[in-house]
Ligand binder design. Sequence first.
Ligand code: FES
Length: 332
Amino acid sequence: MSHDVRIAGTDVHFPCATGQSLLDAALRAGISMPYSCRKGVCGNCAGAVRAGEVQCAPPGREADTGLYLFCQCIPLGDVEIDPASWHRIDPSARKVHRVKVFRNLQAAPDVNLLFLRLPAGQRARFRAGQYLQVLLADGSRRSYSMANAPHESDMLQLHIRHVPGGRFTQQVASLKPGDLLEVELPFGEIEPQEASDAPLLCVAGGTGFAPVKSLLDDFVKKGVRRPVTLVWGGRDKAGLYLPEAVEKWRKFLPGFRFIASVEDEADARELGAWQGRVDAAVRACCPDLSGYDAYCCGAPAMVTAVRQACVAAGLDPKRFGCDVFVAGPALG
Ligand code: FES
C-alpha cells in the first residue's frame, strides 16, 4: 500500500510506500530536496506539511518551528508537503563503482587521506558538498564526503578520521595501493548556492574540511569571485592537516580570508591561530554576517554551536547550509 505525496502549489506528486520516509520516497521518485544525514540530526530536510497527517520520530519535534524533518516522517495518508526547495533528479544517476586505492596518506595522527581511482572509462558524477557511501563486506555502509572537486571525476579523495572501534576506519590504515573498494554515489543535497555572489562563510571542524575543500577547489576551477572566509578548527595543530590547500585558495580566490582555530594553547600560539572552539572563533572574528551565506561541516554539536553563532551575528538562518558528520552505519 502507498500514499500519495503532493508538493504544495504544483502538480508534482509521488507515491510513498507504507513505512517509507517522505525524503526516501521523494528521492526514489527522482525529486531531490535538501538533505544530508538522513538520521534526524542536521535539520537540512525540514519542511512544512500543508495537508494530511504524518508520524515523526521522535514525535513533537516540529512543535517549535512548525517544520517536519522529512527524513524522519512517514505519511499516515495522502499528504501535501512544502519542502524548502526541490528539483528533479535522475535516480539512476547514483551508481556503484568498484574503485582502486592508489594512495593512502596519513595526514595527521587520526586522519588518513584516501585516494581512489575509478575503472578506466568510468566517471564519478557529483556536485561539491555531496558524499559517497563505502559498501562494507558485512553489508553495512559508511558515509564520507568527496574532498576533490567534481571536475576531477576519474578519482575520489576522502578524508577519514579514525573513530575508535569504527569498523571501516580500523581498516583504513592498512589499505594499500591496488586494494579494491565498492562505493556508491552521489548522496546529499546541500546546495551551497554557488550561483550566489553573496560573501560566503565556510566553517569546518576537523575532517569537515573535506566537503569545503571540494567546494573551494570547484570555485577555483570555475573562477568564482565571491569573497570567502574559511574558519577551520581543530583540537591541535595536527588537526589542520592540509595547509597547502589553504595556500592555494589564498592565491587563487580573490577576497579569500582564513582563520585557523585551535583549542590547544601552545599550538594556537605557534600557528598564530585563534585559541578556542571554532564557534567562538566565528563569534570573535565574524561579528556581522548579515547578507552572508554560510556552509558548516563537522560534528553535530559543533554545527549547532556554529549555527547559533552565525545567527547571533545576523545571518539569515535560511542561508545556513550544513553537512553533519554522524558516526556509525549509513542508511542505504
Ligand atoms: S535531519 Fe533529515 S537529512 Fe538530516
